[in-house]
Design a protein around this ligand. Structure first.
Ligand SMILES: Cc1cc2nc3c(=O)[nH]c(=O)nc-3n(C[C@H](O)[C@H](O)[C@H](O)COP(=O)(O)OP(=O)(O)OC[C@H]3O[C@@H](n4cnc5c(N)ncnc54)[C@H](O)[C@@H]3O)c2cc1C
Length: 381
């Protein structure tokens, strides 16, 4: 098969629709919601109606039935507009809906996936705990079966959509003697007895993203909410994270592109010593490096997405894409601030937000150190 770097006509159209949607529906909200440190929840039904929450899901569940590459096109466009808002959308789609589609029972798909694709309900994935992030198998949450319920105890932190979600896909041990393998997944409704949002977390960036700390105190979960109806389905989260890392990498590419485009334009308009600063080699070389690194990250990300669509193993490629995009987005946004000089440091210019938002890329969905470990493992080390 020949190598083809072109997006299909359908994907290009989807990019155009995503871009228009972002410009008209999301961009006007960014400043207000970044300031309020809130996610604009009313967007979910609109996103659902537009089909943006169901790009990869089958039509029988209300999805659009397209591929990961197309989903990435949307995620890249959202990353350009607002990383915080993009993160909540991605967490809903990749972290909460995907494991239900891939591993849920038919009843769970009908009850949760169908309305989630419509944006009628919001989901989260609750894996991380105060004492266990990278070491996911080190979680302490436990669930014990009692009659027709599981009694869930534990706490989760850093949960995207944590305060606003209607349901949470929660990881907890059902068999403590089996490290990792004894972890099961539960779909917990936000009105379940014993469930509580402990607090909303304030962050360096991604201010318009909702991030919460959750507590489960003798939380009652009906047995039918055990994901897939089988205990020990922890691998579902690991599989979900591969898809999520690909989306994460294009989101970083989008964010880096926004910073680059702003800096490029600014450099052409800002004069110093009698000429535009873009004419100084120190600035034009920065811009050339920025463009090259963004393009490289983009190629890695879409290659991983393409492999995913082919059903090929892409653990290594997803981690490479995520890690590299995380690295370059931090560098690119830092250089963008530098090109704007003092104005890059001012809150009234978006580059300051891009710079703060970029830091998260090397932390969530597996830190860059963890991506190195995964890539090393895939290389047989
Ligand atoms: C804004 C935000 C949103 C998030 N959203 C979610 C969410 O929706 N759901 C969810 O479950 N979690 C979420 N997380 C949690 C995120 O996945 C974790 O923060 C991440 O996995 C790192 O875990 P940790 O913070 O506990 O750091 P730790 O695991 O304690 O790591 C601390 C440092 O040690 C390094 N380290 C750890 N182990 C190794 C090792 N073996 N070798 C080398 N270095 C190592 C790490 O790379 C890091 O630099 C979110 C986090 C943030 C900040």
């Amino acid at each position: 098969m020949p190598i083809d770097f072109e997006f299909t006509e359908e994907q290009e159209m989807f990019r155009e629709t995503s871009r228009e949607f972002g410009k008209n529906e999301i961009e006007p909200l960014v400043e207000e919601y970044e300031k309020k440190e809130e996610f604009p929840k009313h967007l979910f039904p609109i996103l659902g109606e537009m089909g943006f929450l169901g790009v990869v899901f089958p039509e029988e569940y209300g999805g659009v039935g397209l591929d990961k590459v197309t989903e990435c096109v949307f995620a890249e466009e959202m990353g350009k507009i607002c990383a915080g808002i993009a993160m909540c959308i991605n967490a809903h789609v990749d972290l909460a809906c995907l494991p239900i589609w891939k591993n849920g029972t038919e009843e769970q798909r009908q009850k949760y996936l169908v309305p989630a694709i419509q944006g009628e309900i919001i989901g989260s994935l609750a894996l991380t705990e105060p004492n266990a992030g990278s070491d996911a198998r080190g979680i302490r949450a436990q669930a014990e079966k009692k009659g027709d319920k599981y009694i869930l105890n534990g706490s989760k932190t850093w949960i995207t959509n944590g305060c606003i979600a209607d349901f949470h896909v929660v990881a907890a041990y059902t068999d403590k003697s089996n490290k990792g393998g004894g972890i099961s997944l539960f779909i917990v409704d936000s009105d379940a007895p014993g469930f509580q949002v402990a607090r909303k977390i304030e962050k360096l960036g991604h201010h318009s993203a909702d991030t919460g700390e959750l507590v489960f105190e003798n939380c009652e979960v009906p047995v039918e909410n055990l994901l897939g109806g089988t205990e020990g389905a922890f691998q579902a989260v690991m599989d979900t994270l591969i898809a999520a890392r690909i989306t994460h990498s294009v989101k970083s590419v989008g964010l880096a592109t926004a910073a680059f485009e702003y800096a490029l334009q600014y450099s052409k308009e800002r004069d110093a010593f009698g000429r535009p600063i873009s004419k100084f080699q120190a600035i034009s070389f920065k811009l050339a490096d920025m463009a090259t690194k963004i393009e490289t990250a983009r190629l890695l990300a879409y290659k991983a997405a393409w492999l995913y669509d082919q059903g090929k193993r892409c653990v290594k490629e997803a981690s490479m894409a995520k890690m590299y995009a995380a690295e370059i987005v931090q560098w690119v946004t830092s250089e963008a601030v530098q090109i704007l000089g003092g104005y890059g440091y001012a809150v009234e210019f978006p580059v300051e937000r891009y710079y703060r938002d970029a830091k998260l890329s090397s932390i969530t969905e597996g830190t860059s150190e963890i991506q190195h470990i995964i890539i090393g493992r895939e290389l047989g080390i």
